[in-house]
Design a protein around this ligand. Structure first.
Ligand SMILES: Cc1ncc(C[n+]2csc(CCOP(=O)(O)OP(=O)(O)O)c2C)c(N)n1
Length: 239
């Protein structure tokens, strides 16, 4: 994945897709640069699981901006009608590029839209990983019982601009700094500490190991070779 992000020959798309078109059939993962396009694809994957008699559950992640795309609404309708094993996860970080949600969406919670399609809509507490885990577990169990889809809305925050160099003129200068006071990783850490499952030493070990893994992955991407110029047209056009 990191190789693909750096446009390298050993990337998931051989360096020709970039970060918007990451996909890996080996782990049944894909993403798209087209906002809203993931929901119908997830319905397709869920329909395949149903036809093949597998207990797979498709999961589609998208922003609150994508929840205003037509494809999202068509997908929810079809998924509920055909009782597809699919979970729609709307990550509401309040902004679609530079447009605040209140300027694009007439209701406060996208979870409420689920009722209009005949499926449960679950609103999860902000930045609460344990609550996300519980809601996802219920949705997976429901899908596997053959009862169909669930729409989960998770509230979260945007720390960085939509793109590198985003002037972020659409929000107060210190907003991100304030939002970081309620960081989901810190919240999870506090929950684990309260249960006696984490202390300073374990926290440091865990953070060190994860940081090393991420650094190694980026070094791998950076140090890998670019595609050969003569391969520029390979895999671009179907013969
Ligand atoms: C069909 C389509 N329309 C417009 C765009 C341009 N675009 C890229 S991201 C984005 C906003 C998406 O908002 P949201 O889903 O809330 O994601 P976030 O801004 O939080 O990353 C838009 C309009 C696109 N990629 N695809």
């Amino acid at each position: 994945m990191t190789s693909e992000m750096f446009g390298k020959a050993n990337g998931l798309g051989k360096g020709k897709g970039g970060h918007m078109h990451l996909f890996d059939p080996a782990v049944k993962f894909s993403c798209s640069g087209i906002v809203g396009a993931g929901a119908p694809q997830a319905c397709g994957a869920a329909l395949a699981a149903k036809k093949l008699g597998k207990d797979w559950v498709a999961v589609s992640f998208f922003g609150e901006g994508a929840a205003n795309q037509g494809a999202f609404h068509e997908s929810l309708n079809l998924a509920a009608l055909w009782k597809l094993p699919v979970i729609f996860v709307c990550e509401d970080n309040k902004y679609g590029i530079s447009v605040e949600k209140s300027a694009s969406t007439a209701i406060a919670s996208n979870a409420d839209r689920a009722a209009g399609y005949g499926m449960p809509g679950v609103l999860v507490d902000k930045n609460d990983a344990v609550a996300v885990f519980a809601a996802a577990g219920e949705a997976v169990a429901r899908a596997r019982r053959g009862e169909g889809p669930t729409l989960i809305e998770v509230k979260t925050d945007r720390y960085l601009g939509h793109f590198q160099g985003d002037p972020e003129t659409y929000r107060p200068k210190n907003e991100a700094q304030q939002l970081r006071q309620h960081d989901p990783i810190d919240v999870l850490g506090a929950q684990l500490r309260a249960r006696g499952e984490l202390d300073d030493a374990k926290d440091a070990t865990l953070r060190g190991a994860i940081s090393e893994r991420v650094q190694a992955a980026y070094a791998h991407g950076r140090n890998s070779p670019y595609p050969a110029p003569e391969d520029a047209l390979l895999h671009v056009f179907a013969a």
